[in-house]
Design a protein around this ligand. Structure first.
Ligand code: TXA
Ligand code: MG
Length: 353
């Protein structure tokens, strides 16, 4: 057991922030494991150059070691010592989207990072987070920080420091608490597949539409997660990142049919004595009746829904819900990332009605 220290920085003025982060930054430099907020979700950070430190991430999370980690830096100046020369398109994307929730897979410089970070791949995913506390901590630590989401493997990513402690208290050295994260879903991971082509490996905070608008002449495709290759392009894709303790079914179709189907299923499950849950949008919340009824907000405000998703899934787990039904949404904008996480949570159980 480790004593997990908590630094509350939510109310810190900008000039106090770096003083409040001094100890956390020192621990990172010395091989510690520190969870910190980003604009997407809380990350579990360790010095990306140190195999001993990175090994502790995998142990604390219970994460399979063939799944590479994203490296976080404070500024573009740190990039050249980590990666080999990259195509101009990557630079254009950095200029548009960094700091921000875009992870770019680049050719790694041999020896620059622990091989555990890249899981043996010749590439590394890198981003500069758009979050004052993350940036201050990264700058003060002064080294590249590997940071997957700060949850136990198989649990929803944390959007609050409390979620981090739920999963990792006693297993990590500390957590910097700066309240709720912004986007609520992880960064978009992309790779360059040509001089004018990119592939979205994981949809996230930077939408396909935003990418297309920034680089209109570039072709954008998406990795097909439904049919993973034997050696997936993005190793994380082959894992169910989160599977609720209860069985989740994602229901798609015309609204009335979705309500009818779910209510029929809830009634049948209740007759079997199962604890039921429904995850729905405000527009139809009143039409459902289940033991646990949770709202993602309005379907007209998918940004807010993205912020709420992971916390809602944690509530179902905490309440011992055995069967969950979730409504789907349109896959435009952030809706693509939202549906991607729901499909994963459903273990690909998608019902069309
Ligand atoms: O928003 C985020 O990205 C959060 C915060 C903490 O920054 N981090 C995060 O890390 O989600 P993680 O480790 O949970 O997700 C890493 C994803 C996985 O899907 C992994 O397979 C992919 O990025 N990835 C990492 N390195 C890669 C590489 N070299 N090639 C392809 N995919 C890679
Ligand atoms: Mg994760």
């Amino acid at each position: 057991m480790t004593i997990t220290k908590i630094w509350h920085v939510k109310k810190a003025a900008d000039e106090q922030l770096s003083t409040q982060l001094t100890e956390a930054a020192r621990q990172l430099r010395e091989g510690g494991l520190i969870a910190f907020p980003t604009e997407t979700v809380y990350g579990l950070g360790a010095d990306a150059r140190s195999t001993a430190a990175v090994e502790r991430i995998f142990t604390a999370k219970g994460r399979p070691s063939d799944n590479p980690l994203i490296v976080h830096i404070a500024a573009r100046e740190q990039l050249d010592e980590l990666v080999l020369p990259y195509p101009p398109l990557a630079k254009v994307l950095m200029e548009h989207f960094w700091p921000g929730p875009l992870t770019i897979v680049l050719p790694v410089r041999t020896g620059a990072l622990s091989p555990l970070v890249t899981a043996g791949l010749p590439t590394v995913g890198i981003r500069i987070p758009d979050h004052r506390t993350a940036l201050a901590l990264l700058a003060q630590a002064g080294c590249p920080i590997a940071a997957p989401s700060a949850n136990r493997s198989g649990r929803p990513s944390p959007t609050l420091a409390e979620h981090v402690l739920e999963d990792l208290d006693g297993r990590i050295d500390g957590v910097v608490d700066d309240g709720q994260t912004g986007v609520g879903l992880e960064s978009t991971v992309i790779e360059l597949t040509g001089l004018d082509a990119i592939r979205i490996l994981r949809p996230g905070g930077i939408t396909r539409e935003a990418l297309q608008q920034a680089v209109p002449d570039v072709s954008i495709d998406s990795a097909n997660e439904a049919e993973p290759e034997s050696a997936p392009r993005s190793p994380g894709m082959k894992y169910t990142h989160y599977a609720p303790q209860g069985e989740l079914e994602l229901v798609r179709g015309e609204a009335g049919a979705v309500v009818f189907y779910i209510q029929e299923q809830v009634a049948a499950a209740r007759a079997r004595g199962e604890v039921t849950g429904v995850l729905a949008f405000d527009e139809r919340l009143g039409s459902f009746d289940a033991d646990r009824l949770l709202s993602l907000g309005s379907e007209a405000e998918l940004d807010a829904a993205a912020q709420r998703l992971y916390a809602a899934l944690r509530v179902f787990d905490g309440a011992g819900v055995q069967r969950i039904w979730a409504e789907g949404c349109e896959e435009d904008g952030i809706g693509a990332a939202l549906m991607n996480r729901l499909v994963k949570a459903a273990g690909h159980r998608i019902i069309r009605v």
